[in-house]
Design a protein around this ligand. Sequence first.
Ligand code: ATP
Ligand code: MG
Length: 182
Amino acid sequence: MQMKKQNVARVFFALWPEELVQRALHTLAMEYQSRCDARAMNADTLHMTLLFLGEVERAYLPQLIQSASKVSVPSFGFALERLSFWQHNRIAYAAPLLEIPALNQLVTALQQELIAAGFPFENYEFNPHVTLLRRVGHTLESQTIPPIMWWVDSFVLVESVLTDTGVIYQILQKWPLSPMEN
Ligand code: ATP
Ligand code: MG
């Protein structure tokens, strides 16, 4: 029997969409669900992962939160403009068409603070996406979608909690970004 690990938390940093963005993303997911023979993510689970840490000892969470508090980048906006598919994990996701320098800057700042504090994480390439569909049975060509505009004025630390009915996400902390520079 696998012991439930209560001294560790499975955590990641993310952008959490405000209600209008969440609704637009969920509507898109519902539109493609049957065409793709897939399962749409629940509206309240939709997010963009910035940095996945995995298991962190709970005792270190305050330090993690303190490190992330040092991130200071301005607010920014971007658009999700395409729907694409990954075969290897059978998901469909919404993504930007272009590089978003301000988004990369946020991720880099976060990585730097975590490195400075000695938090280990896998240094995979950041690939901005919002998973919309799981268990895709029928993938389509990558396609452009009516742009979903997302104004980013905060980021969050989330715990991924495995329950009997699946994974739920709990926001542990939220940080505002600084007001936009002129
Ligand atoms: P499940 O794994 O049960 O299907 P999930 O993928 O939603 O559920 P987690 O595995 O805890 O839950 O992942 C939380 C977030 O972190 C998701 O956005 C996921 O895509 C991302 N993530 C998970 N593992 C990694 C990883 N090794 N590298 C990068 N991102 C990851
Ligand atoms: Mg997973």
